[in-house]
Design a protein around this ligand. Structure first.
Ligand SMILES: Nc1ncnc2c1ncn2[C@@H]1O[C@H](COP(=O)(O)OP(=O)(O)OP(=O)(O)O)[C@@H](O)[C@H]1O
Length: 536
């Protein structure tokens, strides 16, 4: 207060001496709003200057031996957060070490504890020879503050951490993983979650945050190599069941690591209007139950092969399409009858100058009004088979003795014309479209709950084959829900957006919004699309 009064007086004298700007400064200093701010600032300064901190830390012990210059006393104020560090015991010497410090946790933010530091005492109790659990109990008893005496690691490894973002391709639950050093320090994730890897120092256990992240503190997750190893072990332990291994985590073998926690619980801490007739091709191929002939669909890479070949994490980057780039392919997928084609058709009809479907190929004979290249590309079986052989189709199938397929070229034709290409695909074609060339934005059309299906589809017809449609029955809805469950369990990680197709109008609006976002806003995409690798 006195300083402020003195300064104000000084400035007042400068005003009398006509010094440039003094008058403005004087009126500012006298302004009530600034006075209160200045007083608060000066009072904070006084508190800091007097070292008047809360809470008062215990005094540093006086009876330290002479040769103690290498030890460090670390006092941390306990709050409800875990300490954010794990400990391990050297089984030969009985010495206790800090195994890891969790990024963003209390220990990390203090900057005073590091992986590799040897703990000599906790709250004055020597810990050498103790079991890690006993060390945990000692620290758990402390009130207010916790004091560690440590021998700092002499050479802290320098890690040039590179920023890494990944999309989880599997589910993980630390609570069901007996090999995690500390389950409470672990972070669960679901397939499709985007994770920021903040620490890869450890070969087996990484530290990560789930995005969008609201917490400062990271959690432990298995590294790619560890998760791959667990996948392999689980895969070999199962009789061959495609996809079964995806929820493998409860079958992990015990770890070789011997890390313990030291917090209270844990120290580690096509319609007639020339929308090309895709509707009449691929989607019909899958109607096994309704088609007269046995139908089949094929894709360039069935998704079942994905799981066996790829890792548990997919590196992703934030990608924003440039105005001059071709549009991202919009691919809709969902269980049969959910409304994928209806939504696609309505979107294209809404603005055919912007949206368009690719023209499919077929081996069937053209009808009188059809023109090759408009409804379909009409081709011979030989040419069609040649295209199949050369991987030119994203998916193809047979229906009533005729072949139908969507070629990569026909999708590219739409994209190169400057329009947004909208396709509907079978879930097992997802891998085939996920290329850096097409950069697809995959929208999953999900059925609403059973009651809502009954209500909303009262006047709708299920398209059972080319000519005969009939009202939906309850078993159609149940079949749809069952198919949805399977699709979700195998493909959830590939969906960029989910639309629950309840009220048709709402779904159309949601679709339009999602498509705009896909083209104009930044999205997480596989890093290989942006930095193509040899395999992509
Ligand atoms: N939200 C909705 N409310 C009411 N009816 C709907 C809704 N969505 C779609 N439908 C109707 O349900 C029927 C099936 O839709 P659609 O043909 O688009 O299914 P699909 O997902 O493409 O499956 P498939 O390709 O196997 O026919 C159509 O008659 C369609 O008009």
């Amino acid at each position: 207060r006195q300083i402020l009064a003195d300064v104000t007086e000084e400035v007042k004298q400068s005003v009398n001496r006509n010094i440039d700007g003094a008058e403005v400064l004087h009126s500012l200093l006298n302004a009530a709003w600034l006075q209160s701010l200045l007083k608060a600032l000066l009072s904070a300064h006084d508190t800091v200057a007097q070292k008047d901190y809360e809470p008062v830390l215990p005094p540093i012990p006086e009876d330290l031996p002479e040769d103690e210059e290498a030890t460090r006393i670390v006092c941390l104020v306990k709050n409800r957060q875990p300490l954010g560090a794990t400990i391990k015991r050297n089984e030969v010497t009985g010495e206790i070490f800090i195994a890891r410090v969790i990024h963003g946790g209390l220990a990390d933010r203090s900057g005073l504890l590091h992986a590799g530091d040897r703990i000599i005492e906790v709250n004055g109790f020597p810990v050498d020879g103790m079991e890690p659990e006993q060390v945990i109990q000692v620290q758990a008893r402390s009130q207010g503050t916790i004091m560690f005496r440590v021998i700092p690691i002499t050479e802290r490894p320098v890690h040039n951490q590179t920023m890494l973002y990944v999309r989880a391709m599997v589910d993980y639950s630390p609570q069901q993983d007996p090999t995690i050093p500390c389950a409470d320090a672990g972070m669960s994730f679901r397939k499709g979650d985007v994770l920021e890897i903040v620490d890869q120092t450890d070969v087996l256990w990484w530290q990560a945050k789930k995005l969008p992240s609201s917490t400062a503190c990271a959690g432990l997750i298995p590294s790619t190599s560890l998760l791959k190893r667990k996948q392999r072990e689980f895969w070999w332990s199962q009789s061959y069941q495609p996809h079964a291994w995806i929820t493998f985590y409860s079958h992990f073998s015990p770890s070789e690591e011997d890390l313990m926690a030291i917090d209270e619980k844990c120290v580690e801490a096509g319609k007639a209007s020339f929308n090309p007739g895709f509707r009449r091709s691929m989607r019909l191929c899958r109607r096994r139950t309704h088609s007269i002939t046995q139908s089949s669909c094929h894709t360039r890479c069935p998704s079942s092969c994905y799981s066996a070949l790829n890792g548990p994490y997919e590196e992703v980057v934030r990608y924003q399409r440039h105005q001059q780039d071709t549009h991202r392919l919009i691919a809709l997928s969902g269980p049969s009858g959910v409304g994928v084609n209806e939504l696609r058709r309505r979107l294209i009809e809404m603005n055919p100058n912007i949206f368009q479907g690719p023209v499919p190929h077929t081996t069937r004979t053209p009808k009188a009004y059809e023109e090759s290249g408009r409804e379909y590309f009409f081709t011979s079986r030989e040419i069609f088979n040649h295209m199949v052989y050369n991987n030119r189709f994203l998916e193809y199938g047979e229906h009533k003795g005729n072949l139908y397929g969507t070629s990569i070229e026909s999708v590219n034709d739409v994209l190169n014309s400057g329009k947004i290409c909208v396709i509907d695909i079978e879930p097992n074609a997802i891998q085939a479209v996920r290329t850096h060339e097409l950069r697809p934005y995959i929208i999953y059309v999900k059925p609403p709950p059973l009651e809502r299906l009954r209500e909303t589809r009262q006047d709708s017809y299920i398209i059972t084959n080319y000519y005969v449609n009939r009202p939906f029955k309850d078993e159609d809805f149940q079949e749809m829900e069952e198919a949805a469950r399977k699709i979700e369990s195998h493909n959830w990680q590939f969906f960029d957006h989910v639309i629950v197709n309840d009220e048709l109008q709402d779904s159309c609006v949601q679709l339009l919004t999602a498509v705009r976002k896909a083209q104009d806003e930044p999205q997480w995409v596989p890093a290989s699309w942006i930095r193509p690798t040899a395999e992509s």
